[in-house]
Design a protein around this ligand. Sequence first.
Ligand SMILES: C[S@@+](CC[C@H](N)C(=O)[O-])C[C@H]1O[C@@H](n2cnc3c(N)ncnc32)[C@H](O)[C@@H]1O
Ligand code: SF4
Length: 404
Amino acid sequence: MQKRRHRRTIAGSAWHRLRRDVVLESRPFHVFTELTTSCNLRCVMCPRTAATDSLEGLDMPVEVLRRLDSELFPDAVLVELNGVGDSPLMKRWGEVLEVIERHAFVPLLTTNGLMLDERTVEVFARREGILRISIDGATRGTYEAVRVNGDFDQLRRKLALVREVRARHADSGMTVEFSFVAMRRNIRELPALVELAREFGVDEILVQNMVAVLPEHQAWSLTHTPVLANYLFVRAKLLAERYGIHLYLPPLFDAPGADRKRSWLGSLEPRTLRTDRILKKGLAPGAVLCPEPWMTMNVQRDGTVTPCCVSAQPMGSIHREPLRAIWNNEEYRQIRKELSGQAPLRNPTCRNCHFLRGNARAALFKEDPEVLRERVRALQATLADKDRHIQNIESVLRENYIEL
Ligand SMILES: C[S@@+](CC[C@H](N)C(=O)[O-])C[C@H]1O[C@@H](n2cnc3c(N)ncnc32)[C@H](O)[C@@H]1O
Ligand code: SF4
């Protein structure tokens, strides 16, 4: 019943996007929430560690959580329970777990994993959630040097707990992932991380290049050692394939021997050059460059709403309007116009967004009602098969709606 409702919401949102509607009947189905700014670690590359303002112990007020519970969660398909802190440290985390249990959405938690307890893992197993555990080293030395205040033995105990709870829910659709921020200081351990993933039954590893948040971080970037980085990406990929683990990698670096066109390495093919060309030429009529304002709401800790997890541009505040009203207010309508070629793309965050640049291939999209209808049908069929992989909704949408 709920799954059918989810499929209807997703198809409705996709249909509005294809028609480039700016007022939507469908509701946001991908929700980001920022539950707390508290963190037990001081990871060297993290924006929170670099922040000059104090981010200690600021939890989402209970009134905001209740509004999400009543206004947004009933229609949500995927809810990301994050922010810049570590959500299980929130004082009312127990209440959040109760909220998760009441709804049908897929909960996604990115966490350093050190505060995971049995109840949390149980709830994620029962709700077929996604636990994404950040781990930037496969040995104690590297892990603890990057994840300052982290304890590698404690992490291994928590990974064992996840494996154990999962074994109790053998047919659960829960997904366990590793998230790895690739830097010069840890890239040599990527193949060993694949071994660790195998040991603990981890399904997927997401590798992302470090974003330098301070000028001194630039020296840690893999751009200084592209050949070595490519070599380790390939080695890790081969190992992951052998073990049946999905390893998602950034594109290969420009370096001798990197055959970028035929790269089978990751889900992210290098398309920056083509994208830049398209952006320079201007947007084709009918383009939808970024799907987020048709499907996503990001509710920050203080109740400010933004259109996605990248943009800090306020769309409204939960304290001034109901979420339903924010979803179709002037700000949302304007950003939809700009991202669908019905108004010049002025929004500065969107113009500079690397996701948007990756999606500019959507500018090639040609609209034909019969083709669109066929795609909606194909999407619905795909989603029916893919309930377990709901986290791939965006890529499914892109594959079905945007011509490459
Ligand atoms: C900011 S953390 C918040 C969630 C949680 N505390 C954790 O560590 O997983 C979200 C993700 O961003 C990653 N991250 C932190 N600093 C980064 C950076 N400079 N570049 C890329 N990813 C980064 C973390 O490793 C983590 O996977
Ligand atoms: S655990 Fe997460 S939020 Fe905390 S410092 Fe590390 S990356 Fe940042």
